[in-house]
Design a protein around this ligand. Structure first.
Ligand SMILES: *[C@@H]1O[C@H](CO)[C@@H](O)[C@H](O)[C@H]1NC(C)=O
Ligand SMILES: *[C@@H]1O[C@H](CO)[C@@H](O)[C@H](O)[C@H]1NC(C)=O
Ligand SMILES: *[C@@H]1O[C@H](CO)[C@@H](O)[C@H](O)[C@H]1NC(C)=O
Ligand SMILES: *[C@@H]1O[C@H](CO)[C@@H](O)[C@H](O)[C@H]1NC(C)=O
Ligand SMILES: *[C@@H]1O[C@H](CO)[C@@H](O)[C@H](O)[C@H]1NC(C)=O
Ligand SMILES: *[C@@H]1O[C@H](CO)[C@@H](O)[C@H](O)[C@H]1NC(C)=O
Ligand SMILES: *[C@@H]1O[C@H](CO)[C@@H](O)[C@H](O)[C@H]1NC(C)=O
Ligand SMILES: *[C@@H]1O[C@H](CO)[C@@H](O)[C@H](O)[C@H]1NC(C)=O
Length: 502
C-alpha cells in the first residue's frame, strides 16, 4: 500500500508539473481527467484539481433566485467602436463588458458579443462556451475558432475570419467561471470553490442579466454551443434555464437547442474511447489499449487504480506526448515568438501558434481599454486558460441524463466531433451515445459541403443528431472552418445536413 502510494505521488508530480508549466486548453482537461481518475489519492490535493464525485448532478434541488440588476445605459457603454488593429472596411457591431453575476461576492463575468453583419434581427442568439475547465471563450472560440477576427503574428493586428459563425447568428462569447480570462471575483476564495454547479448558476445569472441589458434579444430563439469540457457547461446551463422556465410557468429564456463538440459527457466511455482511438490511429499498440482496459477501472465510482494501470498509462503517455493529441495529424507550434511584420494569414490555413498571438494581443492595454475589459486592474495577466483556478470541486461523471431530459422537452440536441481529435475523440462520443441506447432513425451517412464529404452523421429517435467533421481536431472551426460553418448553419435552421454533393 505504502509503495503503491509513492508511485502514485510521483505520477502526480510528473503530470501536474506539466500542467503548471504550460497551461492551455489541452493541459487543463488532461489535468482534470487525471484528478478524477485518481480521485482518492492524497497526492491530488495540493497541485492539481481536486474533484469530488457527483453522478449526474441535476442542479434542480436548489434553484437560487437570480438577482437582476439595473442595466440601464450599460449596453451603449459596452459598444466597441473598433478593435485596435482591426482590418479596415470591416464594419461590425460588437460589444464587450462585464455583467455582475453575484453582487455580494463581487463576481463579474466578461462577455464579447458580435452581431451578425447579415440581417441581425432575424437571426438567432448563439452563446459559445469553451471548456478546460478554466479556459477562455475569447481565447479559443472568439479569437481562434468562430469569431470574426484572429490575431496576427505581430500580436497587435487582426485579420478577418469571413467564415465566422456571425454569418449566421448573433454570437455571444462568455468567459466563465470567475477566474477565467477577464472574468473575476473580488472574493478571491471563489476561485477555489469553482465547479460544475456554481458555474451553471453563475452562467444563468449572467444570461438573465445580459438579456436585461440587450432586451431586443429576450424573445429571440436562443441556442447554446461549446466544446470539450463545455460538454458539461452547456447541458448544465440548459438545465438551469429549463428549471427556471418551469418554475416561473413561462418562458424566461427562449432556449431552442444545444450543440456540443468533442464534448466531455460521460467519463467512463470518454476515457475508454480515447485508448481505442489511440490504438486504431496507430499511436499505441493494440496490446496497450487492451491492457488499459484490463488493468484500469474506468467506472465513475472507482477510487484507486492499480500499479499495472499506472505503468500502462505511462506507456501511453510516452507514445503520445510528442504530438498534439488534440489534432493528431496537424503540426505543433515551432516558434512561439511574435514577428515584427505580421505573417500572411488566412483562416483557411491552421496556424498552431495562434494561442501566442492572441495572448499578446489581449494583454495589450489599448486592447483591454477598447474592449472594456480588466476595468478593476486584475493582479495577473490575461491567460487563455486560468492560472488562478486550480480546484474544481465538483464535476459530474456524466451529463447523459440531462441530454435525455432535453430530448424529452423537445430541444434540438446535436453532438459534433472533429474526427482527428484524440482527446475526446469520435470513438468516445460514439460509445457515450451508444450508452443512451437510442433507436437509430437515419443510419451513418456522409454529409456534403462544397462538393466534398464534410463528415458523417447519424440521427436518433428522440431528436439527437451526431455529426462528425472530417479532418478537424478538437477545436473544429480552427481546422475546418467551411465544414464547421455548414454544420452550425444547418443546426440553427433545423435542416438536415446535405446528403448530396453540390
Ligand atoms: C454569491 O456567492 C457566494 C459565494 O461567494 C454565495 O455564498 C452566495 O450564495 C451567492 N449568492 C447568490 C445569490 O447566488
Ligand atoms: C470589485 O471591486 C472593485 C474595486 O473595489 C470595484 O470597482 C468593482 O465594482 C467590484 N466588482 C463587483 C462585481 O462588484
Ligand atoms: C430581416 O428580418 C426581419 C425579421 O425576420 C424581417 O422583418 C425583415 O424583412 C428582414 N430584412 C431583410 C432586409 O431581409
Ligand atoms: C473567405 O475567404 C477565403 C479566402 O480569403 C475565400 O476563398 C472564400 O471564398 C471566402 N468565403 C466567403 C464565404 O466569403
Ligand atoms: C477545493 O474546494 C472544495 C469544495 O469547495 C474544498 O472542500 C477544498 O478544501 C478546496 N481545496 C483547496 C485546496 O482549496
Ligand atoms: C456510483 O455510485 C452512485 C451513488 O452511490 C450509484 O447511484 C451509482 O449507481 C454508481 N455507479 C456505478 C456505475 O456503479
Ligand atoms: C523565432 O522567430 C523569431 C521572430 O521571427 C526569430 O527572431 C527567431 O530567430 C526564431 N527562432 C527560431 C529558433 O527559429
Ligand atoms: C489588468 O491590468 C493590469 C494593470 O494594467 C495588468 O497588470 C494585468 O496584467 C491585467 N490583467 C488582465 C487579466 O488582463
Amino acid at each position: 500500500m505504502a509503495a503503491g502510494h509513492s508511485v502514485l505521488l510521483c505520477f502526480f508530480l510528473f503530470f501536474f508539473a506539466i500542467q503548471i508549466a504550460a497551461k492551455n486548453q489541452k493541459q487543463a482537461l488532461d489535468a482534470l481527467y487525471k484528478a478524477k481518475f485518481f480521485r482518492n489519492s492524497n497526492a491530488a490535493d495540493a497541485s492539481g484539481f481536486f474533484v469530488r464525485n457527483e453522478v449526474a448532478d441535476q442542479i434542480t434541488d436548489v434553484l437560487p433566485t437570480v438577482e437582476i440588476h439595473d442595466q440601464t445605459g450599460l449596453k451603449q457603454q459596452d459598444k466597441i467602436e473598433r478593435l485596435p488593429g482591426q482590418p479596415p472596411r470591416v464594419e461590425l457591431s460588437q460589444y464587450g463588458g462585464y455583467v455582475t453575476v453575484n453582487k455580494t461576492a463581487g463576481r463579474a463575468f466578461y462577455y464579447y458579443f458580435v452581431e451578425s453583419p447579415q440581417n441581425k434581427t432575424s437571426l438567432p442568439l448563439l452563446l459559445w462556451l469553451n471548456g478546460g475547465p478554466g479556459c477562455s471563450s475569447l481565447a479559443y472560440g472568439a479569437m481562434g475558432e468562430l469569431g470574426p477576427f484572429r490575431a496576427r503574428s505581430d500580436g497587435k493586428t487582426l485579420f478577418q475570419n469571413n467564415l465566422s459563425w456571425a454569418q449566421v447568428a448573433n454570437v455571444l462569447f462568455l468567459e466563465s467561471p470567475a477566474g477565467v480570462g477577464f472574468s473575476y471575483s473580488n472574493t478571491t476564495s471563489d476561485y477555489q470553490s469553482n465547479g460544475d454547479k456554481n458555474t451553471a448558476i453563475d452562467n444563468y445569472a449572467f444570461l438573465a442579466n445580459w438579456l436585461e441589458r440587450f432586451p431586443e434579444y429576450r424573445d429571440r430563439d436562443f441556442y447554446i454551443s461549446g466544446e470539450s469540457y463545455a460538454g458539461h457547461y452547456v447541458p448544465q446551463l440548459a438545465n438551469v434555464i429549463l428549471s427556471h422556465n418551469k418554475n416561473a410557468g413561462k418562458t424566461i429564456v427562449n432556449l431552442k437547442g444545444i450543440i456540443i463538440g468533442n464534448a466531455v459527457i460521460n467519463d467512463e466511455t470518454d476515457q475508454i474511447g480515447m485508448y481505442d482511438f489511440f490504438a486504431t490511429h496507430a499511436l499505441i499498440a493494440d496490446g496497450t489499449a487492451k491492457d488499459m482496459k484490463k488493468y484500469c477501472n474506468f467506472s465513475p465510482n472507482t477510487t484507486t487504480q492499480n500499479l499495472k494501470c499506472i505503468k500502462t498509462m505511462k506507456i501511453v503517455e510516452g507514445n503520445t506526448k510528442m504530438i498534439d493529441i488534440y489534432n493528431i495529424y496537424y503540426p505543433i507550434c515551432g516558434n512561439k515568438s511574435l514577428t515584427d511584420q505580421p505573417k500572411k494569414a488566412t483562416v483557411m490555413k491552421y496556424d498552431p501558434c495562434t494561442d501566442y498571438y492572441t495572448h499578446a494581443y489581449l494583454n495589450r492595454a489599448e486592447v483591454q481599454r477598447a474592449m472594456h475589459a480588466n476595468v478593476t486592474k486584475l493582479a495577473y495577466r490575461w491567460m487563455s486558460c486560468s492560472n488562478v483556478i486550480n480546484n474544481w470541486s465538483d464535476s459530474a461523471s456524466t451529463v447523459i441524463p440531462l441530454l435525455q431530459e432535453f430530448m424529452d422537452s423537445g430541444l434540438r440536441v446535436w453532438i459534433f466531433s472533429g474526427d482527428v481529435d484524440g482527446r475526446v475523440p469520435i470513438t468516445s462520443t460514439k460509445y457515450s451515445i451508444a450508452s443512451m441506447k437510442l433507436p437509430v432513425k437515419n443510419s451513418w451517412y456522409p454529409w456534403f459541403v462544397q462538393h466534398e464529404v464534410g463528415g458523417y452523421a447519424e440521427e436518433y429517435e428522440g431528436g439527437l443528431t451526431l455529426a462528425t467533421v472530417r479532418g478537424a481536431g478538437h477545436e473544429v472551426p480552427s481546422f475546418q472552418p467551411i465544414r464547421a460553418l455548414a454544420l452550425i448553419t444547418h443546426f440553427l435552421k433545423g435542416t438536415p445536413l446535405s446528403t448530396f454533393s453540390s
